[in-house]
Design a protein around this ligand. Sequence first.
Ligand SMILES: CC(C)(COP(=O)(O)OP(=O)(O)OC[C@H]1O[C@@H](n2cnc3c(N)ncnc32)[C@H](O)[C@@H]1OP(=O)(O)O)[C@@H](O)C(=O)NCCC(=O)NCCS
Length: 196
Amino acid sequence: MTQLAKQSQEPGVPTLTTRRLLLRPVVESDIAAVQLHFNDYELVRNLSAVVPWPYPADGASTWFHNHVLPNQGKEKWVWAITLRENPSELIGVVDLWRKGSPENRGFWLSRQHWGKGYMTEAVIPVTDLAFDVLGFDKLILENAVGNQRSARIKEKCGARKIGEKNSSFVDPAFTASELWELTKESWRSHKASLHG
Ligand SMILES: CC(C)(COP(=O)(O)OP(=O)(O)OC[C@H]1O[C@@H](n2cnc3c(N)ncnc32)[C@H](O)[C@@H]1OP(=O)(O)O)[C@@H](O)C(=O)NCCC(=O)NCCS
């Protein structure tokens, strides 16, 4: 198979656009923005306890070089969320990964951008890509019990809550997570309902 033919079968990490956002693959120059946003405990406390806290000075660089670069566009797809008018400035991240643990999707947004519907908007093209291009049959989604903003995004996608399990988050007050299932069929019917 020629290199060109091989590339055309592997979508890599495509740039995705919505009405207000541009989602592009994260790049090395985004490290400084991630490092800055991860100094915010109110943001980071909602994330899995695999994230170190206090966030080390090389935290974002380690994440990018050890976790993003080796898998980007293969088993993991990591997008920088940006505003369309300023695509160089990362304001958040949304990612998908093939091998669920059991969840397959994560996201965060810098606090000044919360509550504007951005994440609800960002997950739409990512979910379309997962089902229409990457071949997922379902996505398992997870959030800390008590992270109502994140849970609300799952509800708004048409996901179904399937259970809870013990989990550790950066904030030790979170001791359990909710698991959600979003199937290809339920995503399609959810989208059809949006379009009336
Ligand atoms: C979770 C997060 C990505 C949400 O992003 P966002 O762009 O603010 O989300 P949206 O504005 O698209 O939607 C948030 C929803 O939560 C609702 N919400 C906001 N504050 C809430 C609260 N205190 N309790 C319940 N719901 C709340 C909003 O009203 C909105 O729902 P609506 O559209 O029905 O009104 C963002 O808060 C974040 O980055 N949090 C820290 C990291 C994190 O939790 N990541 C997920 C780990 S599982």
